[in-house]
Design a protein around this ligand. Sequence first.
Ligand SMILES: *[C@@H]1O[C@H](CO)[C@@H](O)[C@H](O)[C@H]1NC(C)=O
Ligand SMILES: *[C@@H]1O[C@H](CO)[C@@H](O)[C@H](O)[C@H]1NC(C)=O
Ligand SMILES: *[C@@H]1O[C@H](CO)[C@@H](O)[C@H](O)[C@H]1NC(C)=O
Ligand SMILES: *[C@@H]1O[C@H](CO)[C@@H](O)[C@H](O)[C@H]1NC(C)=O
Ligand SMILES: *[C@@H]1O[C@H](CO)[C@@H](O)[C@H](O)[C@H]1NC(C)=O
Length: 620
Amino acid sequence: MYRSLTIVCAIFICSSFALSVSKENYITVIVDVIQSFNKPSDVISNVCWTNIYKKKLTANLAAADNPRSIKFVNDIHAKDLVHPEKVTFLIDVRCKDSGGFLNKAASRKYFGRPHRWFIINTPANEVSVPLVIDKMHLLPDSEVYVMQLINNSYSINLIYKIKPNREWIIENYGNWSTENGLTISRRAKKVALVMRRRNLARASIVTSMVITDNGSFADLETLRYKQIDSVTKGGFHQLTALYEFMNASREFVFTDQWGHHVNGTWHGMVGHLADGTAELAGAILFITKERMPLIEYMSHPMESSIKFLFREPPLSYQNNLYLLPFQASVWYCVGSFVLVLIFAMYFSAYWEAKKVADEKQKADDTTVLVPTISDVTIFVMCAISQQGSTVELKGMLGRFMILILFLVFLFLYTAYSASIVVLLQSSSNQIRTLTDLLNSKLELGVEDTPYNRYWFMNEKEPIRRAIYEKKIAPSGSKPKFFDLTEGILQLQKKPFALNCNLGVAYKVMERYFYEHEKCGLQEISYLQNNNPWQAVRKGSPYREIFKIGLLRNAEFGLNDRTNRIMFSKKPVCSVRGGSFVSVSLVDCYPILLLLLYGMILGVMLLLVEILYYRKMNTRP
Ligand SMILES: *[C@@H]1O[C@H](CO)[C@@H](O)[C@H](O)[C@H]1NC(C)=O
Ligand SMILES: *[C@@H]1O[C@H](CO)[C@@H](O)[C@H](O)[C@H]1NC(C)=O
Ligand SMILES: *[C@@H]1O[C@H](CO)[C@@H](O)[C@H](O)[C@H]1NC(C)=O
Ligand SMILES: *[C@@H]1O[C@H](CO)[C@@H](O)[C@H](O)[C@H]1NC(C)=O
Ligand SMILES: *[C@@H]1O[C@H](CO)[C@@H](O)[C@H](O)[C@H]1NC(C)=O
């Protein structure tokens, strides 16, 4: 009885000594491992140790290199997590409260980025996952170190699961022994955590795809119709490299719109990302304030190019061609010159007529200019329009004047008509802003895509609103949303501006346009924030993997490759002026107007004359 008590006592003393030795070692291991992170750390510790050991841990941590603090807590408080990137939780699963602490952390998603965890496991013969967290989902964004005493050596391992309900993946971080201290594995030392976890072992990652045409799904790989759903098809190829990078298998969910906020719920692709159906956005999208809480924008794989595209319209669409050859000052000079001439001719004719009357020559010579204002005006008009005249002035002075008159107008006429010929063939580069576009005679149309429909219909800015209301969807007519090819063909035929994805539009143009038609292409941006981004679900456990994968796509030129396959650059104009443009009704419009006014005036004068004649004849 006494002996056995002694033995029990001895065992107790021995084991408590052993425990205290192991606890001393635990403290050293903890401090060494935390120091090996080489980052500032605020340790939040939930351990059931005696105060002696707590003090010792505090002192040892404080003596280590980087700034570190430690706090012993019984419960998780949000106020301790002010700098989450510094927080390291320290848990001893041998303590009976640890289960509750860990459960609470799991329910608040504290296992995810950027918190770090250091869990002390029960000693065993081989590496194992602590029983209390066996059912929890520590995904690739977690950083959980488990320390375990195995046959006199401390093994430190990182544990995570690729997806919930998959098996644990245990990676050796390092071992600690009294002789060698901490030895960190080469891989953990050299390769960043995310890169070590990028192999998702063919786990399925869901992408949400925006498909507006049933044929597009079959065409994702083959790309035979690049102009249909081009953003989605481009996105599909951009993401192929990412899936290879993380060794994941593809799964898709489909929708037919990018997704907007309607009645408190999100639809379409953004809806899929918001409710967790999908991890990745299959098509790039614009940054808006409403989307910020739901998705994270990762990379910028392609330049946006959704703009109004048009060919420079003929000059006559913007200006009256017939006024352009001369500057305003020249017109004023010509006008006053005509007036001066009329008066000079009048006086000259008057003087000549007087002389003739004095000399009593025969006064009925019909080839002499009669000195009335109307005759003289007609005479000058004949000169201006390069017609001859049956009348003339006989005197020396008169002949000089006629010579000068015809000579001046010959030169003016030559200059004018040469100029008109050039102007008829020129195009106008005066449309530079949305306001110009709004006030121009161009017809406007929009490529029929879900995003265009949304942005145009919901535009608030006055000019853009006016463009939509006056030019694209005037009340009482069908809104002008076109299939891309149809729109491009209109662009070929008439003065027209199409809001479309330029890369794809140029591709279609290469197919249908003649060389000379590729000249004078102009672009004006309509959408205000015009930079689309690749996005992922906010809080995705694979976020860091996506981020690095997408950045690598950009660095390795894979995005560029896809963009070159999917989209075309602006076609070069090699034969400007290689063909002529026929003169259209628009070009002749001012002239026809002049003719019309002249005819109206003629008819009115006729009526006046008839009335006048009647009045004269009815007078007794
Ligand atoms: C620890 O020792 C046990 C029993 O001696 C042995 O079965 C086990 O393989 C050892 N574990 C390691 C990691 O060496
Ligand atoms: C740690 O120990 C385990 C088991 O003995 C061994 O497989 C592993 O390579 C060791 N790690 C290091 C960094 O030495
Ligand atoms: C991808 O995962 C599968 C399944 O785990 C594996 O067999 C394959 O080796 C992995 N591929 C790469 C490149 O790591
Ligand atoms: C696409 O297919 C679905 C079901 O297969 C059908 O309901 C839908 O009308 C089709 N849409 C078009 C544009 O053909
Ligand atoms: C949103 O709610 C309004 C009013 O309840 C309803 O008239 C409208 O149809 C709803 N829109 C959608 C897309 O459900």
